[in-house]
Design a protein around this ligand. Structure first.
Ligand code: FAD
Length: 472
């Protein structure tokens, strides 16, 4: 049984961590971005190095105190906020931000877990390299959190998720031992891959303290365009055609329904208006390439061909860096617009890419059967089959008006996802908000293996109790 730490325990921890190493748990430490959960904590431990992380974990293991690892606090499923059970120690990596090395020859960066994603991107750019993980939360989220959640974002289509971008991790295990996995090998088949077990484990199997990350050549030419398409099926045909012609150059292919910009207008969020009237569906296309590829000319020819084939009804290609940034800001403001309108239910789902159009139709019908007044804002990473499929109240009504049917909406959407062989959590993880969904939709053999792994690696259940798997 876990217990909350007493004042003697906290005094000893404070002495070990030194000035600024222990803070009261309050404010942002206890909140998550959508305000859905309010967490609790006995204190926030802020170790300065991996040995201090190990000391915190060892002390908590000995005393049976829970630990909630905390990165940038941007997680959207409540993994970083514990709401039930004895108050834990929140273990923040915010004082471990060093970018130890950027090696352009090995194409590797070695960074501490508390490094902010945008700082890692900037350090790579200074060395004429690209670290391609890109999320709207990149100014706040930290590498440890990105790996713990196996974050996705807008460039997965070309570069993969956080898992694909990580060569090695260093981590403190539940007994306080250190896993020295900070290797930068491209090949290493020496038994079970603990790195990949820790990535995506949401702080339930170990505390990531540092990582070796893959870098890529910095793009030399970029094209950013907003394209009007008829429907998701047309967007998919467009993607296939552009892939044939431009191949690897496609790094981003974001689908947006016109409801997204409409919410921005409704809630007073400034945004570009490149078209007279918003088309029903929009694609934000990002193309990047190396120096000698004549990307501009090739991409214009490909877009013209797509227009002739009737796949694009209108297109605006960014002429300046600022215009490109404005197009991305439109896409990245959509979650803020959604928050202001107030979702009845939000879903971060994936289905096979080819099934996206049929899924959107089927889910729309399923939600309308529950309440035809519900408005859907559907947008996301079409190239990854990943949609943020969110349900909103009708104009003039509040989300509370829909409290009675909220759970039914999520059930209808997730059942539809399941029918299409999809995932109820494409990139945000399970955290605390989706534990029930994992129990409902998870493969029984996988769940049994997950429980066995958890029991083996964290027998006292001190690491992020109640996240991913229900606390015993
Ligand atoms: P936190 O929120 O602090 O923690 C997340 C989880 O990781 C928790 O379970 C926590 O306990 C655990 N954890 C944190 N640090 C460690 C560590 N060092 N060791 C072990 N466990 C740890 N996500 C996407 O995938 N794609 C997107 O496009 C995307 N867009 C977003 C846009 C906005 C505006 C916001 C607010 C969020 C978005 N997210 C997105 C979600 C979020 O940013 C990611 O999940 C991110 O990876 C979380 O990182 P963090 O440092 O904030 O982690």
């Amino acid at each position: 049984m876990l217990k909350a730490p007493d004042s003697d325990f906290l005094a000893r921890l404070e002495a070990r961590l030194g000035p600024g190493g222990l803070r009261p748990a309050e404010g942002a430490w206890l909140e998550e971005p959508r305000g859905r959960l309010h967490g609790q904590g006995a204190a926030v431990a802020r170790p300065k190095d991996r040995d201090a992380v190990a000391a915190v974990v060892e002390a908590c293991a000995a005393a049976g105190v829970g630990i909630v690892p905390y990165g940038g606090g941007t997680g959207l499923v409540g993994g970083q906020v514990q709401t039930e059970g004895p108050a834990p120690v929140i273990l923040s990596l915010d004082r471990m931000q060093a970018i130890r090395l950027v090696d352009p020859l090995d194409n590797v960066a070695i960074v501490e877990a508390g490094a902010v994603l945008a700082d890692v991107q900037a350090a790579a750019a200074e060395a004429d390299r690209l670290f391609p993980l890109a999320l709207a939360s990149e100014g706040s989220c930290r590498i440890g959190g990105n790996l713990a959640t196996n974050a996705g974002g807008t460039q997965v289509l070309r570069y993969g998720t956080a898992r694909d971008l990580c060569l090695g991790v260093e981590a403190v295990m539940a007994d306080g031992s250190l896993f020295h996995g900070l290797r930068r090998l491209r090949k290493d088949n020496t038994g079970y891959d603990l790195r990949h077990l820790l990535i995506g484990s949401e702080g339930t199997l170990g505390i990531i303290t540092a990582a070796a990350l893959k870098l890529f050549p910095a793009p030399k030419e970029q094209v950013t365009a907003l394209l009007a398409v008829a429907d998701p099926s047309g967007a998919l045909d467009l993607l296939a055609g552009l892939r044939d012609r431009l191949g690897e150059a496609i790094t981003g292919f974001e689908l947006m329904h016109r409801q997204g910009p409409a919410f921005l207008a409704e809630t007073g969020i400034a945004h570009v208006r490149p078209f007279g009237d918003w088309p029903d569906w929009l694609v934000l296309l990002q193309l990047d390439s190396g120096a000698e590829s004549a990307l501009q000319a090739r991409s214009m020819a490909a877009l013209e061909q797509a227009a002739e084939a009737g796949l694009i009804s209108d297109a605006v290609v960014a002429q300046t860096g600022q215009q490109a940034a404005d197009f991305w800001a439109l896409r990245e403001s959509i979650p803020a617009g959604n928050r202001r309108v107030g979702a009845i239910a939000s879903h971060d789902i994936s289905v096979p890419v080819s099934a996206v159009p049929a899924f959107i139709d089927a889910a729309g019908r399923a939600v309308a059967r529950i309440d035809p007044t519900i408005r859907i804002n559907c947008f996301g990473h079409l190239g990854d089959g990943n949609l943020h499929y969110n349900a909103f109240p009708a104009t003039g009504r509040s989300r509370e008006d829909y409290d009675a049917c909220k759970a039914d909406v999520t059930r209808a959407v997730h059942d539809t996802v399941d029918r299409f062989g999809g995932s109820f959590s494409a990139e945000h993880g399970v955290g605390r908000l989706k534990v029930g969904e994992l129990e409902r939709y998870g493969d029984p053999a996988k769940l049994a293996a997950m429980r066995a792994v958890k029991a083996a690696l964290d027998p006292k259940g001190i690491l992020n109790p109640g996240a991913v798997l229900r606390a015993e």
